[in-house]
Design a protein around this ligand. Sequence first.
Ligand code: PGA
Length: 245
Amino acid sequence: MRRKLVAGNWKMNGNLAMLAELDVIAAAAAAHPGVDVAVAVPATLIAAAASRVPTLAIGAEDVHEAESGAYTGCVSAAMVREAGARFTIVGHSERREYQNETSQDAWAKAAAARRQGLSVILCCGETGAERDAGRAERVVQAQIEKSLPEGASGDWLTIAYEPRWAIGTGRTPTLEDIAAIHAIARAKIRQLIGAAADDVRILYGGSVTGDNARAIMGVADVDGALVGGASLTAAKFVPIIEGAV
Ligand code: PGA
């Protein structure tokens, strides 16, 4: 039985003052012990967030695949772990779009994070053009095939299906379309790692709000949500946690 996971992603938003939102989010998480709650924050806020709300899983939004070295501006998995991160997102579509990251990069980053004992949320999802061309399922299958790390297991790995055209747009796929992609994602993971696939959570991400969270997380094979905009305030994020109950 997979527990629901509601994960926030602050992206390049937030400052020390905004960490007050996490106090309320942590209280909501404590009030709903059947749901796992996590928030990925900018690297600059990880240490302060992790010490402020030790009961909440604080994570990074990305890590470099190397342990250390001459990579100006980058942050390693060891660094974010030392700062207090328990997990990291890898392969987010904004990294793919603006930093030209590939599924191969996501694979390497996931492996690096795992070596440091971090849990991983590995993202996949088609563009609007790919969906319009009827290629969404094939794109997601190929991304999972290329990025699923060695030793993948539900103990530390979560997949997030995030159609790019749904991120930050207020548009979401139909529940039928979400069900279809989650089913093919599950089948692909099963093909790669066998029965252990049944323990890997698959989140939906892209314009999740308090209004649609319950319906989306009620879809078969949807094990929670990855939430951007609506994770920035407790007022918007807590109803999503409640929608997972
Ligand atoms: P959104 O972002 O909830 O603002 O659409 C989701 C994501 O990018 O993880």
